[in-house]
Design a protein. Structure first.
Length: 583
């Protein structure tokens, strides 16, 4: 009897367990196949070096508002865009709406060649505080967020102006729009790290599974920290070729970690086969802060230097020397060191001060070096455009002197880095170089330059480019510090570096037309300037000018023809090829 009763109990229990299991299976099946609503976009914040844009979804698409990056300020806990509140403690203030931070359920970071974009998704309809807790988000306006060592955050970590410090583990993206993001050693982030203006600091023994987007808006794109050393330590190589050093291959090592405050260091060595000289450079740079970038550094070197770097780059000059046996630069050897400090107080503005102490040496040109299409033509003399009597003095100064100087420079550039001719922009650069015997120099002078360039978009396919440059000096300038006008980079239609002086002014202007849906463009240009030695730039100094036309294939290849207008003899038009941007 007891046995039958026991069997009946077991059978009943088995039936109950089976029903319960079936019920759970049906419940699981129902949850697994329940329809999932598409995520609703709350707003999209996108930015590049110049612009910050907010896009709100509307019935017909998106409603946009754009602001210049330099117009974004933070005052008394409020983020202003062109003096109008954009973010405050309530939320995003846009188009007469207030988008509460509590409405944010998730975010996604993406980027292309031009824009960084952060898409914010809305909390599902009817979701209350319990839903937000289950998601595990940490979202604030200005409060700092700290993820403790033993914490695991399942959701998104987001702040507008507050700093974020991760000691533990974050399962998704970590974003501070205008604050800093700092990972401590052994921290783990399985999503992306991003900030618009702040600094992202990631120590070597932290782990980031997503991408890292620094305050410049450009993606570092590094994956798991196990592989980061491949991006930090880099083997470098270069090849130089000119009429003084001849073929000069370089090899070096460079260490740079853009996500932390570890110092950057580099070393390079090269052998100049024509001049039979070793070339080297050793450098160290320490970043002090990244939010408003401040760095200090120094280099020690023996290199082939030139005062003509503002005329054309080494890479462009390399093409001329290899292809056509034309070297448009003059050179001297510099051996010594430089100490510098660089500061970027606002986007687009860079300030720098440096102390340089160099022993200079004279090197002759090797005129019979090889080039691909040069034929029997010979390279010109080093500083061969200078009057022979003064050239002898200049050579002696280079070969026997030490030049020590303080330099102060400022550079403001609003151009788009990859497409400088696509929008209106400014570029302003100024420099003061002061050499004095109290610095350990053999010279006593002040040399100053100012360079102003305007890119003015006229229509969708036309642009007016204008450049004004002024240079002057007090005291005696050695030959290799003097100014030169004529030819590439200055007055087209004249011989290369035809005129030398210790003060000058120059204006270049061009009207450029882009052909639709092509990389072709056509431009007409006018150049004018004056240059003098130890003489005021007044009516006693002849004004030089030229007129020309150019054809462009993309922004980096230009074929032009120009004619000087200051005389009627020896004034045949000259043709030029450029492999770099003319402005």
């Amino acid at each position: 009897m007891n046995r039958q009763f026991l069997m009946r109990q077991i059978t009943a229990l088995s039936l109950l367990l089976g029903l319960a299991a079936g019920s759970r299976a049906q419940e699981t099946q129902y949850k697994e196949y329940a329809p999932v609503q598409d995520r609703k976009v709350l707003f999209i914040l996108s930015y590049n070096d110049n612009t910050l844009s907010i896009n709100l979804p509307v019935d017909s698409g998106y409603q946009s508002a754009s602001f210049p990056r330099q117009g974004i300020t933070i005052d008394k806990g409020v983020v202003f865009a062109e003096r109008k509140p954009l973010f405050d403690g309530q939320g995003l203030l846009i188009h007469g709406q207030v988008i509460d931070y509590a409405s944010i359920s998730d975010l996604r970071i993406s980027r292309d060649d031009k824009w960084m974009a952060i898409t914010f998704y809305a909390m599902p309809t009817g979701a209350g505080s319990a839903a937000r807790i289950r998601r595990g988000n940490r979202i604030t306006f200005s409060d700092s967020i700290v993820i403790d060592k033993n914490d695991f955050v399942r959701g998104t970590i987001f702040s507008v102006t507050g700093n974020i410090d991760v000691l533990g583990e974050a399962n998704k993206d970590v974003v501070s729009l205008f604050g800093n993001v700092t990972l401590e050693p052994l921290a783990v982030v399985r999503g992306d790290l991003a900030t618009i203006t702040g600094a992202v600091t990631v120590p070597r023994n932290a782990s980031v599974y997503g991408a890292v987007y620094s305050g410049s808006g450009k993606g570092v794109g590094k994956r798991h920290r196990f592989f980061r050393h491949e991006n930090e330590l880099e083997v470098t190589g270069e090849f130089h070729y000119n009429r003084v050093d001849g073929a000069t291959p370089y090899v070096g090592l460079k260490f740079q970690d853009q996500d932390s405050l570890l110092p950057s260091a580099w070393v390079s060595f090269g052998r100049a086969f024509a001049s039979k000289r070793w070339r080297y450079e050793v450098g160290l740079e320490q970043t002090i802060t990244r939010q408003r970038p401040l760095s200090v550094g120094g280099t020690y070197y023996r290199r082939l230097a030139s005062g003509d770097d503002w005329l054309l780059s080494d890479n462009e000059n390399l093409a001329f020397t290899l292809l056509a046996k034309e070297d448009f630069k003059d050179y001297y050897e510099a051996e010594g060191g430089t100490l510098y400090a660089r500061f970027r107080p606002i986007p687009k503005l860079t300030l720098e001060t440096s102390y340089r102490n160099e022993k200079t040496h004279w090197l002759e040109a090797h005129r019979n070096l090889w080039s691909l299409f040069g034929g029997d033509k010979r390279f010109g003399l080093n500083f061969g455009t200078v009057d022979s009597a003064y050239r002898v003095i200049g050579i002696s100064e280079i070969d026997t002197s030490t030049n020590a100087s303080l330099t102060f420079s400022a550079d403001y550039d609003t151009r788009k880095t990859e497409e400088p001719f696509s929008a209106s922009a400014w570029r302003l650069a100024g420099e003061l170089e002061w050499s004095h015997k109290s610095f350990g120099s053999d010279f006593d002078y002040r040399r100053y330059t100012l360079d102003v360039v305007r890119y003015q978009r006229v229509t969708r396919y036309t642009m007016l480019l204008s450049r004004g440059m002024f240079g002057g000096s007090d005291g005696y300038l050695p030959m290799y510090k003097r100014f030169f006008l004529g030819g590439l980079g200055t007055l087209y239609g004249y011989k290369q570096k035809e005129y030398m002086g210790n003060r000058f002014w120059m204006i270049n202007s061009e009207y450029r037309v882009q052909f639709p849906r092509t990389d072709l463009a056509f431009g007409v240009f006018y150049d004018i300037g004056q240059i003098a030695n130890n003489h005021p730039l007044n009516g006693d100094v002849e004004v030089k000018s030229s007129l020309g036309a150019a054809i462009y294939l993309s922004s980096d290849f230009r074929l032009s023809i120009a004619k000087r207008l200051d005389r009627s003899y020896d004034d045949n038009p000259k043709t030029y090829v450029r492999f770099d941007r003319a402005f």
